[in-house]
Design a protein around this ligand. Sequence first.
Ligand SMILES: Nc1ncnc2c1ncn2[C@@H]1O[C@H](COP(=O)(O)OP(=O)(O)O)[C@@H](O)[C@H]1O
Ligand code: SF4
Ligand SMILES: [Mg+2]
Length: 366
Amino acid sequence: MIMGTVLFNATPVAGANRVWTRRFAGRPRGFRPSGSGHDMKLLEICDLQIGFRRDGAPPVPVVDGVSLTLEPGETLGLVGESGCGKSLTALAIARLLPSPPAQVLGGDIRLEGRSVLQMSGAELRRVRGRVVSYVFQEAGASLNPVMRVGAQLRECLRLHRPEAATDAEVLRLLRLVGIPAPETRARSYPHELSGGMQQRVMIALAIAPRPKLLVADEPTTALDVTIQAQIIELLRDLRRELGMSILLITHNLGLVGDLADRVAVMYAGQIVEAAPARELLKHPVHPYTRALLNSVPALGVRQERLPAIPGTVPPPGAWPGGCRFHPRCPRRQADCEATPPGLTELPGGRRARCLYAREILEEKAR
Ligand SMILES: Nc1ncnc2c1ncn2[C@@H]1O[C@H](COP(=O)(O)OP(=O)(O)O)[C@@H](O)[C@H]1O
Ligand code: SF4
Ligand SMILES: [Mg+2]
């Protein structure tokens, strides 16, 4: 089965509506729906809570109060080490969480002003592909190994844009994602293509339905550095050409600078810093963002060993009290172990979840 079929016709998450109605029928904290006019956001995630539920035990939170917005045409980078909750947040947008065990426990997700959690199966099928579409890390594993590339694209078009399910459109899409000799490549099987070419095919499948939002979840992680840069460049070109929004998810803060307008950093299920990309990369406020940035290799600079962040991301169910980053934080103070920091609003549209956010920002201004 091809990726398009898997993703865009996946069974709606069992029980999501039920949970919504039973526990969260009221407005989530701080929720302000977008208007129906020109100010409408493409995506609004508000106070999203996701948990894992097993054997009737109380759910273990894995995503804890995440709020994000995305304007039409905007690119948001969602960054953090592996295990922070980035992919689960992204999958929840089209109600594609692995359920069971994952379940939306609270909050809301709106696409073009409509709550995804309250959509009918028919509405969800329309939204998957046409409004939001996904590219994942392992293109090789996601493509159908026994179906030629062109046939997979045609099948995807037949599902989402039947009027465009033609050879000409298949070749146009392959050309658009930079595949040389598309007539020949359309007849190839995935294993006959390189990793970079397979990822280009995955991107062609994802953009074939003309989505308004492309979620690219670690789209370059399996590729070597040169091909990574080419794929990011391709995404930038496609965004310009197609006017779509992109949610770029990566553990590598170094990748987002070329593409993202804004960046949100996640740690242990929470957003810990959010800011315009340029500001965040130039002057990170949160000690975690700083540590992530320090572990990005500088271009053209030979570094034998990159400073790794000491320790590991605590798994769900083992988040420490106080600030969740405190066991790894080089700046921690006595109160960090006891007081959980909220997201402090800072000048310039920035937010940071650190008890010392204002101090750090002022230090930089000096
Ligand atoms: N299907 C699953 N079953 C059990 N645990 C999961 C599953 N998917 C994710 N997790 C756990 O939830 C946490 C967040 O996962 P994920 O959103 O994939 O993180 P990220 O994308 O930031 O690496 C991780 O600790 C991960 O191990
Ligand atoms: S609150 Fe304390 S431990 Fe947490 S990031 Fe800020 S300084 Fe570090
Ligand atoms: Mg992930």
